[in-house]
Design a protein around this ligand. Structure first.
Ligand SMILES: NC(=O)C1=CN([C@@H]2O[C@H](COP(=O)(O)OP(=O)(O)OC[C@H]3O[C@@H](n4cnc5c(N)ncnc54)[C@H](O)[C@@H]3O)[C@@H](O)[C@H]2O)C=CC1
Ligand SMILES: O=C(CO)COP(=O)(O)O
Length: 323
């Protein structure tokens, strides 16, 4: 067992800890030298996953060449950096993509980016309702593992499953990726409802009408409805839309409280992927003639294109229609 994890933010560190939880050796690649030394010397990652003791069998490196002897790599960087990171990897290793987003500029899903960057690597996607700090503490978690090759999916599932970390396999890579990318934008919308004091009815409406948007967009891109209504879609949507533990929900809450988007996004250390995905998703949806009014509303708020009250009024004034 020689797994490696690329990216030592909250999620990469939690995954490394999970894989190492039964004594396996796991190597974690970190961008920041401070993270490398904290993991190696103190078995902690205070920058991104504070107060979680890490197994001494997790070691860290800042040198990608140290990953060449790994037989499986989990890629856990922010979505907009995935192309650069994957291009710099040793060639041909199986890759499990754990980032949630759509690439700006190309509009490509992470698996499409990774296939361009490493054409010889087998690819899987791991995505679902998984707050990093809960997974790192060993709390029960279920997640979708999607690979086009069913045999590869079973092999990777067996490698990453742990007593409280339970992958469900799927061959719908596109569906798993679209669920994870779109839910981040919808979580911003639910955060706005929270920040603006719109109530829990509004949140439930945004979750279910947002899920209708996710489904319309997913089906247009070839996803299957059972994937979208599974762990990586509806499951993650419900989690992320319900708690300030979500960075996307928290960002939305700030917007709903009237704070300017620029101020909320400036100098963030942690990533709120929905802010990057929203405009790319809007373009992709318009190009596919898929209506996504909640996504459009989030974009308007992120771009300061209209006051909060006007954005809410516009959503409520949409024509009445069948569900
Ligand atoms: N935190 C969570 O609970 C979960 C996060 N994810 C996804 O995992 C991905 C990574 O998120 P987190 O681990 O939460 O990150 P984080 O927000 O905890 O940390 C930021 C990460 O970005 C990296 N970074 C900053 N600048 C960079 C650059 N120029 N090039 C490469 N990396 C750079 C940092 O080194 C750090 O690893 C995201 O796509 C996120 O949506 C998925 C499931 C759960
Ligand atoms: O993807 C996540 C949980 O599944 C984490 O959500 P946030 O990125 O909004 O914190």
């Amino acid at each position: 067992m020689k797994a490696g994890v690329i990216g030592a933010g909250a999620w990469g560190t939690a995954l490394a800890q999970t894989l190492a939880s039964q004594g396996e050796h796991v190597r974690l690649w970190a961008l920041e030298p401070d993270v490398v030394s904290a993991v190696n010397e103190d078995h902690l990652n205070p920058l991104y996953l504070p107060n979680i003791p890490l197994s001494p069998t997790v070691d860290a490196t800042g040198d990608m060449a140290d990953m060449a002897d790994r037989d499986l790599l989990l890629i856990v960087c922010p979505a907009q950096h995935l192309r650069t990171i994957v291009t710099g990897l040793p060639a041909g290793l199986p890759l499990v993509l754990c980032s949630k987003g759509i690439e700006a500029g190309s509009g490509l899903l992470m698996s499409e980016v990774a296939r361009q960057a490493q054409p010889r690597s087998p690819i899987g996607v791991l995505s679902g309702p998984t707050f990093a700090h809960e997974v790192a503490r060993g709390l029960p978690t279920a997640i979708t593992l999607a690979c086009e090759d069913a045999e590869l999916a079973d092999r990777i599932a067996a490698r990453v499953a742990r007593p409280a970390f339970r992958p469900y396999v799927s061959d719908d890579v596109v569906g798993a990726e679209i669920g994870g990318a779109v839910k981040n934008v919808l979580a911003i919308a639910c955060g706005v409802a929270e920040g603006a004091g719109l109530g829990l009815n509004a949140r439930a409406s945004l979750i279910s009408r947002g899920f209708a948007e996710m489904t319309r967009f997913g089906l247009a891109r070839g996803a299957r409805v059972e994937t979208l209504s599974g762990l990586s879609g509806l499951g993650d949507l419900v989690l992320t839309c319900s708690s300030t533990n979500s960075r996307n929900f928290s960002l939305g809450k700030g917007l709903g409280e009237g704070k300017p988007a620029g101020e909320l996004l400036a100098n963030r250390r942690t990533v709120a992927e929905g802010a990057f995905t929203a405009p790319v998703l809007r373009e992709a949806a318009r190009a596919a003639s898929v209506e996504m009014p909640v996504v459009e509303a989030v974009c308007a708020l992120l771009e300061d294109a209209a006051p909060l009250g006007a954005v809410i009024d516009a959503l409520l004034a949409r024509p009445l229609r069948p569900e």
